[in-house]
Design a protein around this ligand. Sequence first.
Ligand SMILES: C[S@@+](CC[C@H](N)C(=O)[O-])C[C@H]1O[C@@H](n2cnc3c(N)ncnc32)[C@H](O)[C@@H]1O
Length: 202
Amino acid sequence: MRSMSEDRTHVQEFFTARAADWDSRFPDDGPAYAAAVAELGLREGDRVLDAGCGTGRALPPLRAAVGASGTVVGADLTPAMLQAAARAGRDKDGHLLLADVGALALRSGAFDAVFAAGLIAHLPQPSENLRELRRVVRRGGLLALFHPIGRAALAARQGRQITPGDLRAEPNLRPLLAGAGWRMTSYVDEDARFLTLAVRED
Ligand SMILES: C[S@@+](CC[C@H](N)C(=O)[O-])C[C@H]1O[C@@H](n2cnc3c(N)ncnc32)[C@H](O)[C@@H]1O
């Protein structure tokens, strides 16, 4: 088993190698991100965290949703991904923060919502890490776990089978979220997208 610091290094190496051409590999995903952000129902002035923001593909729609008076923070563990975000000008839409979402130097209840695209499969301690995301969201705030491709389509693209233990399978994800203090309110897993919404209840 890897230590937490080895987990971080592994994630950073994996995404550093992919940072430069991340956006060009998935050039048509923009509308899917915008549609997923819309499901959060953000309002003008809201505060939102993009957890594992990568190159910041979600930052423009998040900024559009909360307006100039809102707060958008993109947090990521991999400097090269944040550098690519800045090169793409996405630092205009959100404040970029080099951070591990498992230990955020952000105050409790600071956000109305967390958007996390493609993140959960990379978390070494999903339950603890989802609890940390809950901590920084206000009571009644929302979490969106998104991927611009469904589980089956992603597995096919990667030449593997989905296993019953897949973290994002609904029977696994619902109790995982509940154990971390989130109540799942919707679950969609279709070829063109994966989107789970959850609410912080107390
Ligand atoms: C599949 S990429 C998705 C990036 C972006 N959200 C997108 O949709 O294009 C996953 C990102 O999560 C980041 N990440 C993985 N584990 C993390 C952690 N514990 N804390 C912060 N970021 C993390 C990686 O560095 C990477 O940029």
